[in-house]
Design a protein around this ligand. Sequence first.
Ligand code: PMP
Ligand code: GLN
Length: 386
Amino acid sequence: MTASGLGALPSKLPWVGTTIFTVMSKLAAETGAINLSQGFPGFDCSPELVGLVERYLKSGFNQYAPMTGVPALREALAEKTGQLYNIHYHPETEVTVTSGATEALFAAVTAVVRPGDEVLVFEPAYDSYVPAIELNGGIPVFITLTPPTYAIDWEAVRGKITDRTRLILVNTPHNPTGRVWTADDLSQLAALVQHRDIWIVSDEVYEHIRFDGRPHRSLATHPVLQERTFVCGSFGKTFHITGWKVGYCLAPKELTTEFRKIHQYLTFSTVTPIQHALADYLQNPAHYETLPDFYERKRDLFLGSIRGSRFHFQPTEGSFFQTVSYEAMTDEPDYELAVRLTREIGVASIPVSVFYHQKDDYKRLRFCFAKDDETLLRAGERLSRL
Ligand code: PMP
Ligand code: GLN
């Protein structure tokens, strides 16, 4: 208690500390380690995109953007989604630009979840999902996916659905496992939710990063799913601009109406000159069409560099993350190993247990391979010495 009698502020998220991404990036910086932990590109975005932002910055596009997003960007997103997936969102009523996918996810969860609602979460799960559910009074119900395949047991999912299930959170391509949903996954989910008041938030920030010819199966490509899904995306992953924090939400009109009620009081609108620049940049599909090959080559370069090591792995299906098993090497807890490898061999990673609510430890580390070739080879060389 303070002198004036003020008590301690009761935490709304008592179990939450600083995110592992911040912890490991800080440790990597302090120790001078190669940072393959937090997911962000180690190279710059295109000078053309920077030039576009500069042009808009210098020509007076510096005040609030419209609450829903700059029209040209909403139109470009609607057009791209139509061309790629043959799904048609109306730019005026069904596309909203947000301050990163993080905001889109939070606003979508908030639009749906009320106290006592159950929300199905596949784990390992990206770290912002559960706090968003809990801050809205929702109850996360976990479906645990396990290595090596992380495939979904749809019977187990069926068993978790109750009258209180209100939302299902999906992420494809998946962080941290890289798993990409199949057409069968979509059909299975559609069969489960059909005729029920269950909505879906689909985190598709890695839509353009999937490998070996796999298509991205947006949940919106299935009609039963489309009518109940908030698709959340991010320009950060696609254009190497994670620091700009611009994302979006695509959802049918009725869902978007509720989504925007939250968005307008969370952030109101998103950085203006960058939205204009992205609208122009999106006109050239080559910027995202080449991304699968770009990252597949990096994945293969990194995996080639650790092929002779004692790590075991299946090449990741999507995202810019590779998980590896170290079971053949040591039985140390994954968190301890990640810290030790950062300090001792100078390579930082993320322990996969942090993505499980009970910190299940399957002896796996996650490496981000969105780095320049030389960095990946140096890291691989160090990891192969173990
Ligand atoms: N979802 C997933 C699965 C992510 O990996 C990330 C970012 N790393 C986000 C959402 C957040 O995206 P943004 O940076 O656009 O907020
Ligand atoms: N999504 C990134 C990752 O998984 C990190 C984003 C963040 O630091 N919040 O590494």
